[in-house]
Design a protein around this ligand. Structure first.
Ligand SMILES: Nc1ncnc2c1ncn2[C@@H]1O[C@H](COP(=O)(O)OP(=O)(O)OP(=O)(O)O)[C@@H](O)[C@H]1O
Ligand SMILES: Cc1cn([C@H]2C[C@H](O)[C@@H](COP(=O)(O)O)O2)c(=O)[nH]c1=O
Length: 207
């Protein structure tokens, strides 16, 4: 059995993560792999229930600490019930956001320290990290254009533009500091070009 691989896509709102997860899942399934395409917060029954708590309601429904705990609790359930079992049977897991979103949003955006967030992740998910993480980058204008085109916004997606800029800076900082795991992809390009750029960074693991 070939080993399962854990691949995550990260970035701000509207950069094209879910579009790319769908395209990559199709491309990898065509190579005969079992693909589990999932997302955070969510990806298991318990985590989807927590997602509803996080995404609905007023902006001040949770403070930064309670929000960090809810994301970590959702992730613990997702890891235990969906991600680890899939990896154990040799599937590839493609996940739209993971712990690095907590490090960017609750850390860079919300002021929780990286050490505290990693400690929560150590306890909740036994510190599981992806094999590869793609940071999709687009200009703030292009992200705003795409979100307007898609329409709708939830509690987490209605943050101001300076918050989005802090997030982008924190994501770039993590990708620079942990360059073995991260790859930065210019997602201003067409969806097909972005898929090809990501796929090229996974080819080494294909059977
Ligand atoms: N490379 C691209 N070029 C132009 N438009 C794109 C591209 N990728 C995605 N889009 C469009 O941008 C919008 C947002 O894409 P998508 O939902 O995949 O982003 P996302 O990163 O998953 O967003 P969120 O984090 O808010 O869920 C969609 O309307 C999608 O069709
Ligand atoms: C995993 C995770 C997510 N968030 C934020 C990021 C987004 O604003 C939403 C998720 O919405 P999406 O449309 O499904 O991308 O939640 C966060 O703040 N912290 C996290 O750990």
């Amino acid at each position: 059995m070939t080993p399962g691989r854990f691949v995550t896509l990260e970035g701000g709102e509207g950069v094209g993560k879910s579009t790319q997860i769908r395209a990559l899942a199709a491309a990898l399934e065509a190579r005969g792999l079992e693909i589990v395409a999932t997302r955070e917060p969510g990806g298991s029954t318990g985590a989807e229930a927590i997602r509803t708590l996080l995404m609905e309601g007023s902006d001040d429904r949770w403070n930064a600490r309670s929000e960090a705990l809810l994301f970590a609790a959702a992730r613990a359930d997702h890891v235990a019930r969906t991600i680890r079992p899939a990896l154990a049977r040799g599937a590839w897991v493609l996940c739209d956001r993971f712990v690095d979103s907590s490090r960017a949003y609750q850390g860079g955006g919300g002021g929780i320290t990286d050490a505290d967030l990693l400690a929560l992740h150590g306890f909740g998910s036994e510190g599981l990290l992806p094999d590869r993480t793609f940071l999709l980058t687009v200009s703030l204008d292009e992200a705003a254009r795409r979100l307007a085109e898609r329409g709708g916004s939830d509690r987490m997606g209605s943050k101001p533009r300076d918050y989005q800029a802090r997030l982008a800076a924190r994501f770039a900082e993590m990708a620079g500091a942990e360059s073995g795991r991260w790859r930065i992809v210019d997602a201003d390009k067409s969806a097909e070009e972005v898929t090809a750029a990501i796929f090229a960074e996974l080819v080494e693991w294909l059977p």
